[in-house]
Write a protein that binds this ligand. Structure first.
Ligand SMILES: *[C@@H]1O[C@H](CO)[C@@H](O)[C@H](O)[C@H]1NC(C)=O
Ligand SMILES: *[C@@H]1O[C@H](CO)[C@@H](O)[C@H](O)[C@H]1NC(C)=O
Ligand SMILES: *[C@@H]1O[C@H](CO)[C@@H](O)[C@H](O)[C@H]1NC(C)=O
Ligand SMILES: *[C@@H]1O[C@H](CO)[C@@H](O)[C@H](O)[C@H]1NC(C)=O
Ligand SMILES: *[C@@H]1O[C@H](CO)[C@@H](O)[C@H](O)[C@H]1NC(C)=O
Ligand SMILES: *[C@@H]1O[C@H](CO)[C@@H](O)[C@H](O)[C@H]1NC(C)=O
Ligand SMILES: *[C@@H]1O[C@H](CO)[C@@H](O)[C@H](O)[C@H]1NC(C)=O
Ligand SMILES: *[C@@H]1O[C@H](CO)[C@@H](O)[C@H](O)[C@H]1NC(C)=O
Ligand SMILES: *[C@@H]1O[C@H](CO)[C@@H](O)[C@H](O)[C@H]1NC(C)=O
Ligand SMILES: *[C@@H]1O[C@H](CO)[C@@H](O)[C@H](O)[C@H]1NC(C)=O
Ligand SMILES: *[C@@H]1O[C@H](CO)[C@@H](O)[C@H](O)[C@H]1NC(C)=O
Ligand SMILES: *[C@@H]1O[C@H](CO)[C@@H](O)[C@H](O)[C@H]1NC(C)=O
Length: 484
């Protein structure tokens, strides 16, 4: 499996290697005499011997820089460093007018309770620096439920906050030289399965009502619950990240959950987790409708994702605030249960529209492209069963891959028909049989050019030049088979 993966993605891996080597080289070189982050040319800076802005391998990214050890922290994996983090961040919170502050976390294992970030701050994790979450839930404070969900996702009443948390912030950067933030979720997963928890588990990092947020160049692992959860945020960039959790028995460890967010970029990352790699959301039934904040203008590109129990990329099922203008491109999803999935249900209301999937490779999956309209899971009995979500303008262009059992399963319904779907340039190798593997129900749209496997009859057929070949007269025909 690994060898096959390597050989079939040689070029992608080559690009990663080149990027890694180039950056290591620049890193070393820059460490001598220059701040490569401020855009000086290497030539200029190598002839300068005066601008030493690196200190112990840390670039200077803010006017004032602190070392976690200045606040008495001990990186032995045992000492509790909550106070050191809080003191450092308190100091940075006083520097807003001066351009903010940077907190360097040196190599070591820094155990701490959950803590809050502040505005105009950069948290920089050096190589071999690991921030470790205390596992005992008594250290995790409770927060009110998210307004667009009405409840904690798992229990009524308050929910545990996140390990790394922030509310109403501006200009926050969490970065480093591939240091990591470790949620130590093992005890949470076990207690969840044994039903020992009385509140919804907390995410690894949750940033709420904030703007200009960057997560880059580090590893997030073993979250108790969803890993990275930007909630009602604007202008969020997530780049060059590694997000890991066991692919089995790490319940609900989604990689990234953009939730009622706009203007987001997620790129150049590797995600292998115990639930959806990415799940775009915008609130749950009547609570999401009332809150009324869509997720929109999100670009997702250049990712490798693995999700053995769920999907590479999902939209929904909580989407009651609406989801629109999402582009997903240059994605490899491998050894997963589902590829790209839109899920919703009567009662959600809202819409999913203007969604483009481009150049998506599906390797060794059970079901490739999924649209599901009966994902009936509701916060309480107060939802409006007549609130039917609208699903329209969904474009799949350049869908490739191999070893997929059911390449397409689009299951619209009488109440929630799927409208204006386009397939263009699709070739997915199949493992099973040739019949009933491009499954459709209540779907209107078209296929353009050559599509393999042969598309369902619900869709109109156009040739490469976009001339109509055959108009469908059976958009509502149903051929969904969960037995395959
Ligand atoms: C931070 O403190 C540690 C321990 O005192 C030291 O080894 C390291 O060089 C310091 N780093 C910076 C950037 O000052
Ligand atoms: C973090 O901030 C939230 C919102 O202000 C607050 O409720 C919570 O108690 C803070 N958590 C910690 C650990 O200080
Ligand atoms: C990605 O992050 C790693 C460290 O985690 C760094 O070495 C590399 O240069 C970064 N690559 C890019 C393209 O930023
Ligand atoms: C960063 O660390 C993770 C595991 O800690 C590793 O899988 C990944 O390859 C590393 N990334 C880089 C760019 O070195
Ligand atoms: C959950 O509640 C029960 C009953 O009140 C209590 O005994 C138990 O300690 C609580 N568990 C946790 C993890 O707080
Ligand atoms: C988005 O955030 C980044 C990082 O803080 C910032 O550089 C950029 O100016 C912001 N963009 C807008 C349009 O505000
Ligand atoms: C990530 O690392 C690359 C390569 O070192 C660097 O150019 C970039 O500025 C870093 N990004 C952030 C947000 O620190
Ligand atoms: C759609 O989202 C992209 C970012 O992916 C953005 O550049 C573009 O302006 C958005 N389009 C509209 C109509 O808002
Ligand atoms: C398509 O995506 C793959 C990654 O899955 C990437 O290697 C390739 O360069 C992309 N092709 C184009 C034309 O962008
Ligand atoms: C159908 O969807 C495409 C995007 O996939 C969009 O460009 C087009 O305008 C839509 N057509 C209608 C009639 O809404
Ligand atoms: C679908 O997306 C492809 C690639 O971006 C584009 O060429 C095509 O025009 C789109 N189709 C529709 C119907 O919008
Ligand atoms: C298919 O179902 C939709 C929505 O339920 C309905 O509006 C449409 O008239 C039906 N089309 C046919 C050909 O029966």
């Amino acid at each position: 499996m690994v060898r096959r993966f390597l050989s079939s993605h040689k070029s992608l891996i080559t690009v990663f290697w080149i990027a890694t080597f180039a950056s290591l080289f620049i890193w070393q070189f820059g460490g001598v005499s220059t701040n490569l982050y401020s855009g000086f040319s290497l030539f200029w800076s190598s002839s300068s011997t005066t601008t030493t802005v690196f200190s112990g391998g840390f670039p200077k990214l803010r006017p004032v820089v602190f070392n976690l050890t200045d606040f008495g922290a001990v990186g032995d994996g045992v000492t509790i460093n909550t106070e050191a983090f809080e003191k450092a961040i308190y100091k940075i919170s006083k520097l807003a007018k001066k351009g903010g502050g940077q907190l360097n976390v040196p190599p070591g294992r820094w155990l701490t309770a959950p803590f809050n970030l502040t505005s105009y701050m950069t948290l920089f994790l050096s190589e071999n620096a690991e921030i470790l979450a205390l596992q005992d839930e008594k250290y995790w404070s409770l927060l009110p439920p998210l307004p667009s969900y009405g409840y904690g996702r798992e229990h009524h009443g308050p929910r545990y906050g996140s390990f790394i948390h922030g509310q109403n912030l501006r200009d926050v950067v969490v970065t480093g030289n591939n240091g990591s933030i470790n949620g130590q979720g093992q005890t949470w997963w076990k207690k969840y399965r044994q039903k020992l928890l009385n509140h919804t588990r907390g995410p690894l990092a949750q940033i709420m009502w904030s703007s200009d947020i960057v997560f880059a160049n580090i590893t997030l692992r073993d979250s108790p619950f969803w890993t990275l959860h930007p909630y009602d945020c604007k202008n969020v960039t997530i780049t060059n990240m590694t997000i890991l959790a066991p692919v089995f028995e790490a319940p609900n460890t989604d990689g990234i959950d953009p939730d009622s967010c706009e203007d987001m970029l997620i790129e150049n990352s590797y995600i292998s987790v115990g639930d959806d790699g990415i799940a775009i959301k915008s609130g749950w039934d009547q609570y999401g409708t009332t809150y009324g904040k869509p997720s929109k203008n999100i670009l997702i590109r250049n990712l490798i994702i693995r999700s053995m129990v769920s999907a590479g990329i999902s939209i929904g099922s909580e989407m009651s605030g609406g989801v629109s203008n999402i582009t997903v491109e240059n994605i490899l999803i491998w050894s997963s249960r589902r590829g790209v999935r839109i899920k919703t249900a009567p009662g959600r209301g809202g819409y999913v529209r203007d969604i483009t999937f481009r150049n998506v490779t599906l390797d060794e999956l059970r079901v490739g492209i999924v649209i599901k309209t009966d994902y009936n899971e509701h916060p309480d009995g107060g939802f409006n069963p007549q609130a039917f979500p609208i699903l329209e303008n969904i474009n799949y262009t350049g869908i490739y891959g191999q070893g997929v059992r059911v390449p397409v399963r689009i299951q619209g319904s009488k109440e929630i028909p799927v409208k204006n779907v386009t397939f263009r340039d699709m070739s997915v190798g199949i493992t099973y049989k040739k019949k009933h593997i491009f499954q459709c129900a209540y779907v209107e749209g078209r296929v353009i050019g050559t599509i393999f496997p042969a598309p369902c009859d619900n869709l109109d057929r156009y040739d490469e030049q976009e001339r109509l070949v055959k108009q469908s007269d059976s958009q509502n025909a149903t051929d969904i088979d969960y037995e395959i």
